[in-house]
Write a protein that binds this ligand. Structure first.
Ligand code: FE2
Ligand code: FE2
Length: 404
C-alpha cells in the first residue's frame, strides 16, 4: 500500500470560526495495543552498538520537513483559536493529581509507611505475569517522554517551542502536556518498584535503551501529520490504560485500577485536544489535512516504544505487543475502532471542497477500517492454527508468558 501522494498546497479557507466547536464527540472505549497486522514495519536501525538489527534491507531515508513553508501562516492564524479552545484543556497544577497522592505516603513514620508498602505488595501478589508484562511495557512507553517532547519541538509550522519558554499557545500546550505526561511513568514505575514483582534493573535498562534509540515517527516534522499521530496515539493509550485498570480490578488491586484509570482520564483529555486541532485544520485547510491523515494511515501509526530493547530480546516490542493483544489490552480491532472513531469524529466522509488528491485520500481513509478488519480475521485464523508459544520476559525475572 505504497502511497505516492505528496502534501499539496491549497488556498487556505480561514473560516468564520476562530470559535471552538464544543460539541466534540466523546467516545466510549473499546479495548488496547497493536498486533502484527498493524505493527509498524520493523523499526529503523537503532543507534546503540548492542541493539538488535531490525532489518537487513536498507530503507529509504525518511522524509523530513514536508510541510510547505507558507503553511506556517495556518498555525500562526490559529493561535487565538488555540488559546481559546486548546489551553482550557490543560489542568492547573493545583487541581492536578500527583503520583504521591496514589502511592504509599513517604511522609508517614516508617512503620506506617511500611504497612502501606506491605498492603501494596499484598494487593499485587495475584497480578498475572502477562498483565505485568503489559503494564511494564506501558510504563516504559510513558517513561520515554524526553523523546516525545524532543519530537514535538522539531515540528515545523511555528508549533515548536522556539525558546524553551515561548508564550505561543502551541508551546504552552506542549509544555503543559509534557508536564502532565511526566507523572504517568513516574507513578507506574514507583508502584511497580514497590510491588517487588518486576525486575527493575532490566526495566531501567530498557528505558535507557529506548530513550537512547529514539523513535521513528514518520511524521516528517509536519504538524498536520503529527497532530493526526497524537490524536490516534492518545486514544490508543486511553484505551490501553482503561483496560489495564479493568484487569487490575479483576485481579484484586483496586488501587492499581484507580491509578490506571486516573492516567486514562488524562489521555482522554489529551486525545480531545489533539482531535480538536485536526478538526480545526480540516476546516481551514481540508485537502492538506486529509492527505496528512491518509499519509499517516499508509505509514501505519507506529507505537511510540517500538524501539524498546532490554539488551536480550531483539523482538521485545513485538513480543510485548502480542501479549497485549492476547490479553485484550490493545488489539488490532482497537486500531480499526480508533480509525472509525476518528472518521466519525472528524466527519471525514462529509468533507467537501477537496482537490482530486484530497478526494483520493478521503476514499482511502474512509474505506480502510473494513480492510484492516478483514486482514485481521485472516491473521487470527492463522494464529488459531499455530502451536502455543512461550517467551521469556526479562522484566519479570525471565518468567515465560504465552504469546498465542
Ligand atoms: Fe501518558
Ligand atoms: Fe497522553
Amino acid at each position: 500500500m505504497a502511497l505516492q501522494a505528496m502534501l499539496m498546497f491549497t488556498p487556505m479557507r480561514i473560516s468564520s470560526s476562530f470559535v471552538c466547536n464544543h460539541n466534540d464527540s466523546h467516545s466510549h472505549y473499546s479495548g488496547y495495543k497493536m498486533s502484527k497486522l498493524t505493527s509498524p514495519p520493523r523499526a529503523a536501525p537503532m543507534l546503540l552498538p548492542n541493539a538488535p538489527s531490525s532489518s537487513s534491507t536498507p530503507k529509504p531515508p525518511n522524509k523530513t520537513h514536508s510541510m510547505p513553508p507558507e503553511k506556517i501562516e495556518v498555525f500562526k492564524s490559529l493561535e487565538g483559536w488555540a488559546s481559546e479552545c486548546i489551553l482550557p484543556l490543560v489542568k492547573p497544577v493545583e487541581k492536578s493529581w500527583q503520583p504521591h497522592d496514589l502511592l504509599p505516603d513517604s511522609s508517614l513514620p516508617v512503620d506506617d509507611f511500611n504497612d502501606q508498602v506491605r498492603a501494596l505488595r499484598d494487593r499485587t501478589v495475584e497480578l498475572p505475569n502477562n498483565y505485568l508484562v503489559v503494564l511494564v511495557g506501558d510504563m516504559i512507553t510513558e517513561d520515554a517522554l524526553p523523546t516525545y517532547q524532543t519530537w514535538i519541538n522539531q515540528l515545523d509550522g511555528g508549533v515548536a517551542d522556539k525558546t524553551g519558554s515561548s508564550a505561543s499557545p502551541w508551546a504552552v500546550w506542549s509544555r503543559a502536556w509534557t508536564a502532565e505526561e511526566n507523572r504517568h511513568g513516574d507513578l507506574l514505575k514507583t508502584y511497580l518498584y514497590l510491588s517487588g514483582r518486576v525486575d527493575m534493573l532490566m526495566i531501567e535498562k530498557t528505558i535507557h535503551n529506548l530513550i537512547a534509540a529514539g523513535m521513528d515517527w514518520k511524521t516528517e516534522n509536519n504538524p498536520y501529520m503529527a497532530f493526526v499521530y497524537t490524536s490516534f496515539q492518545e486514544r490508543a493509550t486511553f484505551i490501553s490504560h482503561g483496560n489495564t485498570a479493568r484487569l487490575a480490578m479483576e485481579s484484586g488491586d483496586p488501587v492499581l485500577a484507580r491509578i490506571c484509570g486516573t492516567i486514562a482520564a488524562d489521555e482522554k483529555r489529551h486525545e480531545n485536544a489533539y482531535q480538536r486541532m485536526v478538526k480545526k485544520l480540516l476546516e481551514v485547510d481540508p485537502t492538506v489535512t486529509m492527505v496528512a491523515i491518509s499519509n499517516m494511515m499508509h505509514n501505519n501509526i507506529t507505537m511510540p516504544a517500538h524501539l524498546m530493547y532490554d539488551g536480550r530480546d531483539p523482538h521485545l516490542f513485538d513480543h510485548f505487543s502480542s501479549v497485549a493483544q492476547r490479553l485484550g489490552v490493545y488489539t488490532a480491532a482497537d486500531y480499526a475502532d480508533i480509525l472509525e472513531f476518528l472518521i466519525e469524529r472528524w466527519e471525514l466522509e462529509k468533507i467537501e471542497g477537496l482537490t482530486s488528491e484530497g478526494r483520493r485520500a478521503q476514499d482511502f481513509v474512509c474505506s480502510l477500517a473494513p480492510r484492516i478488519r478483514r486482514l485481521q480475521e485472516r491473521v487470527d485464523e492463522r494464529a488459531r492454527k499455530m502451536k502455543p508459544r512461550d517467551v521469556e520476559f526479562s522484566w519479570i525475572f525471565n518468567k515465560k508468558v504465552s504469546l498465542i
